[in-house]
Design a protein around this ligand. Sequence first.
Ligand code: UDP
Length: 238
Amino acid sequence: MQKNELLYEGKAKKLFTTEDPQLLIAEFKDDLTAFNAEKKGSESGKGALNCQISTNLFALLSENGVATHLVETIDDNHQLVKKVDIIPIEVVVRNVATGSLSKRLGIKDGTVLPFTLVEFYYKDDDLNDPLINDEHCLILDLVDDVKKLDILREKGRLINDVLKGFFAARRLNLVDFKVEFGVDQNGEILLSDEISPDSCRFWDMDTNEKLDKDRFRQNLGNVKVAYEEVLKRIKEDK
Ligand code: UDP
């Protein structure tokens, strides 16, 4: 399958049309952004690492009952994916308080949450992706039926259950992550976008070292080394 027209360019990926109107090619970029693109950088090979990481995790999730947009991985940094309409809600799932949650509510960084927290953020860069509740989602017409929000929450929790156990076996603590969903031509809700150290927080269970985009956000260095370590652990046979 060949790349045709550039359909969309986001912060971390480009989407191209193909000869099949229902399929797109996603190209993973080396660019890194943080704080709504106020901080920008690039790390050679990061796109390929995220493509491989996301491919492995989507395959794992698909085996565990989470339908995804991934059709196949074409090469190091390209995936063939189903064309979907992205639901403009960032579904954030948290096991441990850190980042914006700690900042907003004053919960000490690193506090294990008493239960898995699922939050919705409105995917709108101009508004800085604000936290929203179910009523906001309906008022903004982000979904046509409030039941879809329960489906997103359930899917978020299922993804967390699968990934948390998978990473725990590899001595990585899945602190939190963001996922996006899209609706395909049959109306099915599919896990879309990517799951990678750009969109998750992984803390090494033995050293507490951060192995994710916080290394870029907080200028900790060794960004690529950390992403390589995550891929290495994903590939470990357990
Ligand atoms: N996240 C993301 N994209 C965003 C916002 C958050 O992938 O636009 C991920 C982030 O990497 C983390 C989780 O969602 O794994 C929760 O992020 P948080 O709300 O704490 O935001 P931050 O501290 O990154 O501003």
